[in-house]
Design a protein around this ligand. Sequence first.
Ligand code: BES
Ligand code: MN
Length: 456
Amino acid sequence: MTDNRENALAYAHKNKDNFLHELKEVLRIPSISTNSENKADMLHTAEWLTEKLRGLGMENVEIFPTAKHPVVYADWLHAENAPTVLIYGHYDVQPVDPLDLWESPPFEPTQRGDSLHARGASDMKGQVVAVIKAIESIVENGDLPVNIKFMIEGEEEIGSPSLVDFMEAHKDMLAADFCLNPDAGIMDKKLPSITYALRGLAYFEIRVYGPSHDLHSGLYGGAVANPANALMTLIAGMKDENGRITLPGFYDKVRPLDDEERVELARLPMKDDFYLEATGSSALWGEKSYSAVERTGARPTLDVNGMLAGFTGEGAKTVLPAKAMAKISMRLVPDQTPDEVYEQLKQYMEENAPKGVTWDIKVEHGGHPSISERDGVGVRAMAKAFENVWGVVPLFTRGGGSIPVVAEMQNILGIESVLTGFGLPDDRIHSPNEKQDLPTWYRGIDALIHFFYNLS
Ligand code: BES
Ligand code: MN
């Protein structure tokens, strides 16, 4: 190779301990975007990032305030005749509850074997730091073969509510050839992968109200509708015996899988065994005539995330509750939209709610699904980088999770994203004992060094 990548890789290998030390530093800041009491920690994390970005020699380093949490921006645009990469990241994390299930405190990063445990280690401070350290390894050797822009937000885990306005307002500043988005992980530590589709999300709270107050279930049970029963019946009716969702028009915009893609998905190593082991469930369940890979990647779902009604304390209390609540989310696939799904849910409730109860729906958040290009310069450079480090050709896969910014970047900035990362399916993201696999993280830094050189 004629470029400087061997020197950059040598720097990365020499500085492994320093890199890990800095990752631990940022993992100690409890940047939970949904908690108002962590507001100062959010700013503190943004400031930590700007310091690191300045240290890389980035220019125009700035913290942009938004209605909630700030966006960090930085750029370096001095590579001639080379592409401009917009690097996306998020520095916010999910809440840590239930706290008592953590084996070590969520914001005291702790190594056990090959794993570094902490909230955000995998999703996604680990990935943001990997990119920063790859670029550091390159610039420390005196060059940078591509133009770089960073956009690191603090609201991804709450649905990125400020990012659309931010991107609309800064189209020129954010203009790029493509985006590198390392928030999607890879399939297995031995099987690097690039994600070409993500599901969208529509999240609601449904409340059902019945009698004006809680009732004695003997005196009045049988005389009036019980809102808890009514809500459960309504939810049960949202799927039929084949696991298909019954909301009116729900599948109208769902793009069917073509035969070619089904053959391709069937070749992925994720068979039923994988899902049984990963979930700890005794059997798989889902929409008839589709494999688990298809159901999680290319088909929509509807799930209860939580529910609350009546007496839930110790023992028994004979009561007919006055109200009931459920949190329900749908994962969406192209070309469904969260707005249309809201209308479908409303229509279903109007048509099916029994007499004697009233209801309302609160919209929590939504995000559009996306399908990304598979043959752009960015994807090719990343695929080559995985070959450089892992020695194998990466797999192409659909991801079941949601990263709303991917579709918004297509719409607002007109750019595609390269979706990958160095998180693994068993990292327990959003759960107690989240971890990052460190050998994969170091390999990831090497792969990113190759990626930037492969682009030049
Ligand atoms: N990094 C995840 C999404 C992800 C995980 C994509 C694994 C592909 C593979 C992201 O941080 C996330 O959790 N997103 C939320 C989005 C929501 C809050 C709008 C999700 O999917 O629940
Ligand atoms: Mn997440």
